[in-house]
Structure formats: structure tokens, C-alpha cells
Design a protein around this ligand. Structure first.
Ligand SMILES: [Zn+2]
Ligand SMILES: [Zn+2]
Length: 258
């Protein structure tokens, strides 16, 4: 099945501000160095200007993290610019269906915005697809791959895609050693803090892809209901472009819609 994809995870890497149990709090971000959480009262977190994905609570943390972040940061930045070069200098044999009006570069950019806009939805879908509630170890052996078609109709980047298919593939699908190492680092950190670990979702369209690590807390603190119909929900929200998705959870106090 993996041979379907021409460019497996020659990926951009989107390590967005994700933390499953806090998904209902939109502003929530974790410092990539000290793991402290952004709060509405505290200082605003800063994004790394190199990769535009990693965030820090302070300049001190950013500086302290640089030796370990440098490799993945430069790698991400290099891939973004390689993608730009490729779409400017060559014509991709566009055997891919609906991607003919857009360059790979445009699609890659939109894909990044898509991943960011639908972060809660993608995190929840991965949690459901990998059946993390019943089989937590799944997150280390498998990943969710969401294959998108670019139709380009829509002012906002995240509305320009539809879902072609979803697959659950072995984690070995992600072959990039730097990306794999960064996922591992997040996994270790998450488990050290008492979480289950780091799940992975790959969103891809033609030759562009985004790998998103999702740090997942213990089931007790997530409480998301198991939903067999996750793929339908995913398709619905991507189709409508609605980014207000909220997971449903049932607790002793009742049912919470987000
Ligand atoms: Zn920090
Ligand atoms: Zn960076």
C-alpha cells in the first residue's frame, strides 16, 4: 500500500502547538524547551523564525534549545526552500489529478495552513484511527495518513482540499531520520511527563506532505469518546472548511461537546 505514494514523507514537519487534552483551549501552546504552557495571563509565546513551527515561552528557552533544535529546524527550512526552487525551475509531470493549477509550492504552503487550522480535528482523528483509548501502544507502531486532493476553490488555504482517502500505515512510513528523531524526542518527553506518547498524522497531497506529531496525555485526562465514525466526521469538517470542531467526551458529570 505504501507504494501508492511517490514521495513518502520527504516531509515538511509541522510540530504545531498540539497537546491533546488541552485541545479545547485554543491558545494553548507548550514551550518546546521547558514544556511550560502558555496562558492567557502570561507572556505570549514566540515561534522559531527558522522553521516557523516550534514555539518557546522565552528567548532564554529558545537559546537553550537551539543546539538540539538546530538540525530539524534547518532541515525543515531547507525543505521549504527546496520545494520553492523545484516549483519555480521545473515542471512537475503533473500526473496528479486536481493539482494541475497549483504549483507544489502553493500546495505545500496551503497544506501547512490546513494542518494548523484543522489541528484539533486531525489530533482527534488520529486518536480515533489508532484506537489509542483501547490500544495505547498503537501510537508507536502506526500512523494515520490522510491523502488529500487540492481543488483550489476557496479563499482560505485550509478550504482548498478534500479528503481522498485515509490509511493507517506502519510508522516506518516516515523515513526521514531527522523527523523520526524529533518524534522520538517528543515521545520521550511526553512519557516523562506521564503521557501516553506521541502519535503521528501525515497529511499529504501530491508530492507535498506534512508530518504532525501529537503529544497525547493519559486517557484519564483526555476523556474523548471512542467514535467509530471518525473518518466521516473528518471528511465532513474538511469538506465544509469549518474549524470549530470540538471532540465529544462523556464524563461522570455528563456529555461535553468540546
Ligand atoms: Zn520555556
Ligand atoms: Zn526552528
Amino acid at each position: 500500500m505504501t507504494s501508492v505514494y511517490a514521495h513518502p514523507a520527504a516531509a515538511n514537519y509541522y510540530a504545531g502547538p498540539s497537546h491533546a487534552h488541552q485541545a479545547r483551549d485554543r491558545g494553548y501552546r507548550l514551550c518546546d524547551h521547558c514544556s511550560s504552557a502558555e496562558s492567557s495571563s502570561g507572556p505570549k509565546f514566540r515561534l522559531c523564525g527558522g522553521c516557523m513551527t516550534t514555539q518557546y515561552c522565552s528567548q532564554d528557552c529558545q537559546r537553550a534549545n537551539w543546539p538540539s533544535h538546530k538540525a530539524i529546524c534547518q532541515h525543515t527550512a531547507a525543505q521549504v526552500s527546496a520545494m520553492k526552487q523545484a516549483s519555480h525551475h521545473s515542471h512537475h509531470s503533473s500526473s496528479h489529478h486536481s493539482s494541475h493549477h497549483a504549483t507544489e509550492d502553493t500546495i505545500a504552503k496551503c497544506l501547512r495552513k490546513f494542518a494548523s487550522a484543522h489541528q484539533t480535528l486531525l489530533s482527534w482523528s488520529t486518536y480515533q484511527a489508532l484506537n489509542v483509548k483501547r490500544l495505547p501502544s498503537n501510537i508507536r507502531t502506526n500512523c494515520l495518513v490522510v491523502d488529500l486532493a487540492y481543488h483550489g476553490n476557496g479563499a482560505e488555504s485550509h478550504r482548498r482540499f478534500s479528503i481522498k482517502s485515509t490509511h493507517i500505515l506502519p510508522r516506518t512510513y516516515i523515513i526521514d531520520p531527522l523527523v523520526t528523531a524529533d518524534i522520538q524526542r517528543r515521545d520521550d518527553r511526553c512519557r516523562r511527563l506521564g503521557g501516553i506518547g506521541t502519535a503521528v498524522v501525515v497529511v499529504q497531497c501530491g508530492g507535498a506532505s506534512q508530518v504532525m506529531p501529537i503529544e497525547i496525555d493519559p486517557p484519564a485526562s483526555i476523556g474523548w469518546d471512542t467514535r467509530e465514525d471518525w473518518a466521516g466526521v473528518l471528511g465532513h469538517f474538511v469538506g465544509t472548511g469549518n474549524t470549530d470542531f470540538r471532540p465529544i467526551s462523556t464524563t461522570a458529570r455528563g456529555v461535553h461537546y468540546g
